[in-house]
Design a protein around this ligand. Structure first.
Ligand code: UDP
Length: 328
């Protein structure tokens, strides 16, 4: 019988998954990390057992589920490079969609009926208005966003047909690092603004390129809603705690409702790090909306969640601490 406290965390060796494992352990759960280590890091698995495996491998998943008897799944394992999803969509549909079907069907065969799913604001595409609410039409403009939207639909249909209880959390821009410096962001290749800005601050890279300064925003650079990874992790635990009651909606936005432009992020990073950050102005990146801002009031109201760690300074301070220990 499941003990009710063991949770299978796919992608638990990745950036957000590892922070979720820490939050799960703090809440009295045992996170079992299932990760193929293509992008994850085994050193980030610190709060429960590690099982190496791929979500496409149903036999391996079945073995791990039999061994650990989890009562729920937190599903982070996915490829998440937007640009690559455009040039190699097969990789994304195969891993993110087929892999998730393999996971869900194996979970179902093992009587697991609760899933918290890592979704994204990329499912909205280019919104006509901001802030974005859960009712904003979902029209992804790249295969990455499309794969996440497909799984939201699968989860909803599995809920209706099989009684699967699930919730999808649509994150805006995940950022920052664990305040104790135990885990942080390290992607290879790195494409995200804040790690790249900190690389430019420390001299690991010569400069940061601002990708477009002619957007219809006050300073011409793109505005994003940066939410601290610890707040994201805590939202997952809240969602899990509340899933059994069956009162949740199927999806919630996960952001702060406050936006910062790329230029504001660079200026704040100069202040926080005390380093001069060389800036180069480059062309727009295809598919980048001018502004992405969450209306996350539903999550706050229904899951009693608050962004407690997401001030821009705290995001940058924690990311900088992690960066100084782990780069170079
Ligand atoms: N960005 C930038 N330079 C970079 C990387 C990103 O100006 O080298 C901008 C990007 O155009 C976007 C914002 O920073 O407006 C956040 O980008 P990121 O890739 O971190 O997250 P996204 O919003 O694409 O999920």
């Amino acid at each position: 019988m499941p003990d009710g406290r063991t949770i299978l965390v796919t992608g638990g060796a990745g950036y957000i998954g590892a922070h979720a494992c820490k939050a799960l352990a703090a809440a009295g759960y045992t996170p079992v990390t299932y990760d193929n280590l293509v992008y994850g890091h085994e050193r980030a698995v610190k709060w429960g057992p590690f099982e190496k495996g791929d979500i496409l491998d149903g036999a391996r998943l079945a073995e791990v589920m039999t061994r650990h008897n989890p009562s729920a799944v937190m599903h982070f394992a996915a490829f998440a490079y937007v640009g690559e999803s455009v040039t190699d969509p097969a990789k994304y549909y195969h891993n993110n969609v087929v892999g998730t079907l393999s996971l869900l069907d194996t979970a179902r065969a093992h009587g697991i009926d609760r899933v918290v799913f890592s979704s994204t604001c990329a499912t909205y595409g280019i919104p006509e208005t901001v802030p974005i609410s859960e009712d904003t039409p979902q029209k992804p403009i790249n295969p990455y966003g499309a794969t996440k939207l497909m799984i939201e639909r699968v989860l909803s249909d599995y809920g209706d047909a099989y009684g699967l209880k699930s919730v999808a959390l649509r994150y805006f821009n995940a950022a920052g690092a664990d305040a104790n410096g135990e885990i942080g962001e390290s992607h290879d290749p790195e494409t995200h603004l804040i790690p790249l800005v900190l690389d430019a601050a420390s001299g690991v890279r010569p400069h940061i390129t601002i990708l477009g300064d002619d957007y219809p925003t006050p300073d011409g650079t793109c505005i994003r809603d940066y939410v601290h990874v610890t707040d994201i992790a805590e939202a997952h635990v809240r969602a899990l705690d509340n899933l059994a009651g069956g009162k949740l909606r199927r999806a919630y936005n996960l952001g702060t409702g406050s936006g910062f432009s790329v230029a504001q992020v660079v200026a704040a990073a100069e202040r926080v790090t005390g380093c001069k950050i060389p800036v180069v102005h480059g062309a727009r990146r295809p598919g980048d909306p001018a502004q992405l801002l969450a209306d996350a009031s539903l999550l706050a109201r229904e899951l009693d969640w608050k962004a407690r760690h997401s001030s821009l300074d705290h995001i940058l301070e924690t990311a900088w601490r992690w960066h100084q220990r782990n780069s170079g």
